[in-house]
Design a protein around this ligand. Structure first.
Ligand SMILES: Nc1ncnc2c1ncn2[C@@H]1O[C@H](COP(=O)(O)OP(=O)(O)O)[C@@H](O)[C@H]1O
Ligand SMILES: CC(=O)OP(=O)(O)O
Ligand SMILES: [Mg+2]
Length: 397
């Protein structure tokens, strides 16, 4: 009998979801709610070849989960047989280093961690509460973005600040998107037909949020996101790395409060701050129309990414595969292209035609002569979450 698991991936403004049985190939349903909290939201629900779309406003994640449940009721499949619900949970802090059965005390601890992931933990908690209300009699499991990075070596996760302050307040690099980095690094080994244990891989997870990881023999050794998901690469609305002196300078010169600075760096920076567009599709259109600010924004994005890749090659002592994943990484040839071309001095060679191919399959975009294999591997956080969820419920006895 089928044992479907419902997976909820609550992002800052979206919910991705799947109904799947890890023992069967392919999900029974997939869907996405987008633009939650904005003037108009959308929901897309797919069951086999049938696709259902609605434009409805969802004020918050609680309403959005309600709509997901309604889509299942109206278009199927039934949620009656669901054996568990897996929730993507962004910040586990030092409290949660592996997937965990959710009870009230877990929700309370996640709430305490909300300051560290203000765009992510509150929607995640709203998703958990709404899903528990609808499916109260099955186990709910939290799968953490931070878990894969619990293995970072101390020299990578330690910030060079007063050690006592750091210890008292749990200040260290945690890393995020770990479910994706973990899944994609395993898929890379499968794709190359080589043992994971002997591969050095750099994974670029480029979505609305973006992060890069260095994975040595399947173990994460470095990543670009830090104490919060603000550090590192240039993102849709987030700045990534800036001079740590910036908050004080803005406070003195612009009279900004600490909350103003936080809002600036998390929501009004990145590609949106640089050129007014956060979506790489729009940025491409703007560049083609001659928008110089959009071109500069892309140049900054690429420059930062190239710098991280070079750094991670040094940290790993070489690299076998560079892998692109998530919305931008899987789809934006105009981002991958300039990145790989700039790495020519390190022996990377782009197959220009392969880079332009659009596909949902794992593929190679480097030439046979390239010293490093460059791959595009679609992520599947929900499948990885389902396996984690299954492991926890099997352990419940
Ligand atoms: N066809 C495409 N071409 C270029 N960029 C794309 C395309 N499709 C999606 N994207 C990019 O992917 C981003 C979303 O990626 P995704 O991994 O879904 O992010 P998140 O999970 O953070 O919401 C969008 O902001 C958009 O910039
Ligand atoms: C952690 C994070 O940045 O997630 P997302 O890319 O979904 O915003
Ligand atoms: Mg994502």
């Amino acid at each position: 009998m089928s044992q479907p698991i419902l997976l909820l991936n609550c992002g800052s403004s979206s919910i991705k979801y799947q109904l799947l049985d890890p023992a069967q190939s392919g999900p029974q349903a997939v869907g996405i709610v987008q633009r939650i909290g904005q003037e108009m939201s959308t929901i897309d629900h797919e069951v086999g070849d049938a696709e259902y779309h609605e434009d409805v406003r969802f004020a918050d994640h609680t309403e959005a989960v309600g709509a997901v449940v309604r889509m299942f009721a109206e278009h199927g499949p039934t949620l009656e047989n669901v054996v568990a619900v897996g929730h993507r949970t962004v910040h586990g802090g030092s409290t949660f280093v592996e997937s965990t059965l959710i009870d009230d005390s877990v929700v309370a601890k996640l709430d305490e961690l909300s300051d560290l992931a203000p765009l992510h933990n509150p929607p995640g908690i709203a998703g958990i509460r709404a899903a528990k209300a609808v499916l109260p009699n099955v186990p709910h499991v939290a799968v953490f973005d931070t878990a894969f990075f619990a293995t970072l070596p101390a020299e990578a996760y330690t910030y060079a600040i007063d050690a006592e302050v750091a210890a008292t307040h749990g200040i260290r690099k945690y890393g995020f998107h770990g479910t994706s980095h973990h899944y994609v690094s395993k898929k890379t080994a499968e794709y190359l037909g080589r043992p994971l244990g002997e591969l050095k891989t750099i994974v670029c997870h480029l979505g609305n949020g973006a992060s890069i990881s260095a994975v040595d023999g399947g173990v994460a050794v470095e990543t670009s996101m830090g104490l919060t998901p603000l550090q590192g690469l240039v993102m849709g609305t987030r700045s990534g790395d800036v001079d740590p002196g910036l908050p004080k300078y803005l406070s003195r010169s612009a009279g900004m409060s600490i909350d103003d600075v936080d809002e600036l760096l998390n929501r009004r920076s990145g590609m949106g701050g640089l050129c007014g567009y956060t979506d790489m599709r729009d940025i491409k259109t703007q560049i083609e129309a001659g928008n110089e600010q959009a071109q500069l924004a892309l140049d900054v994005y690429v420059h930062r990414l190239v710098g991280y890749i070079g750094s991670y090659i040094a940290i790993l002592g070489g690299v076998d595969a560079l892998v692109f994943t998530a919305g931008v990484g899987e789809n934006a040839a105009h981002v991958r292209g300039p990145v790989i071309r700039r790495l020519a001095g390190l022996g990377f060679e782009l197959d220009e035609a392969a880079n332009l191919v659009r596909s949902k399959e794992a593929r190679e975009i480097s030439t046979p002569e390239s010293k490093v294999r460059v791959l595009v591997i679609p992520t599947n956080e929900e499948l990885e979450m389902a396996q984690e969820t299954l492991a926890i419920i099997n352990g419940l006895g």
